[in-house]
Design a protein around this ligand. Structure first.
Ligand code: SF4
Length: 269
């Protein structure tokens, strides 16, 4: 192993067994959850808007909504999307477009980079202990005011506490300081909330060297567990969206199977 990304670290902390299925065994995913498709389409469209504006182009709402559609349908071409019981595809597409319209109507700070890749060594900022691997990822958005912004979709509004402890923002700040040898001006999360009446909430937060030292300790422990092959399952509400739920010993017998699979089972075909 030569690197870790903040999404790998997050996944390991969410459920070690899912991490093993995805990154160690590299099992193919039989479907993509609607939440993932939704977040990804919104994210890609916002990034497209930022890129166009960086090139000095004006973005029309109509075109942005078509980009959202195109991204959604391209995700459907190679894999099945699995929806929750109370969800309908059209309802989610409309919700995503309402959120995009809210985003486009708000005044926006100019940005100097979007989806900016980074690779930095994992070094303790105080003791200089080096883990011998790199931290890799992408800054969602770096504003021209040097504020790092991340866009998140969720079912309920995030709390200030969630934002203050958000691991991904800490990883961004850690990488930013190593790359630019100065702290970013601040951190921001724009939270799109999937209510019946969609909402866009903005939170600002800060990071200090204490956060980065705690982050280093956490990554060190995660790396240790991965190296010795300790992958504890951690069941929770997220199992509903887990692509490996049909093979995971904790859920495979109880998971509600999609209609098609039930039919095949019933007819022995
Ligand atoms: S179903 Fe739940 S416990 Fe099993 S691997 Fe997925 S997230 Fe982990």
């Amino acid at each position: 192993m030569d690197h870790l990304s903040s999404s790998q670290i997050n996944l390991f902390l969410l459920c070690g067994l899912k991490y093993r299925y995805q990154y160690v065994e590299k099992r193919p995913k039989p479907f993509r959850s609607s939440s993932l498709v939704f977040g990804s389409a919104l994210h890609s469209t916002i990034s497209w808007v930022h890129k166009h504006e960086m090139e000095g182009k004006k973005v029309s709402t109509d075109l942005a909504l078509r980009i959202f559609d195109a991204d959604w349908y391209s995700q459907k071409t190679d894999t099945e999307i699995r929806f929750k019981d109370n969800e309908r595809e059209l309802g989610l597409i409309i919700l995503g477009k309402q959120m995009l319209q809210m985003f486009l109507e708000e005044p926006r700070e100019p940005v100097k980079g979007t989806e900016v890749p980074f690779t930095v060594p994992l070094v303790n900022p105080r003791t200089k202990e080096n883990l011998g691997i790199t931290l890799e990822g992408f800054f969602d958005v770096i504003g021209s005011d040097d504020v790092i912004t991340d866009y998140k979709t969720s079912g309920a509004t995030m709390s200030q506490d969630d934002v203050d402890n958000h691991l991904q923002l800490t990883a961004y700040g850690y990488a930013y300081e190593q790359l630019f040898h100065k702290p970013p001006k601040g951190f921001r999360i724009v939270n799109f909330v999937k209510n019946k009446k969609p909402k866009m909430a903005t939170f600002d937060t800060k990071r200090t060297s204490a956060h980065y030292e705690a982050f280093f300790f956490l990554v060190k422990e995660v790396l240790k567990a991965i190296k010795v092959g300790t992958f504890h399952p951690r069941p929770g509400y997220w199992c509903r969206d887990c692509e490996y739920g049909d093979v995971c010993p904790l859920t495979r017998e109880t998971r509600a199977k999609p209609e098609k699979a039930k039919e095949v089972e019933a007819h022995g075909r």
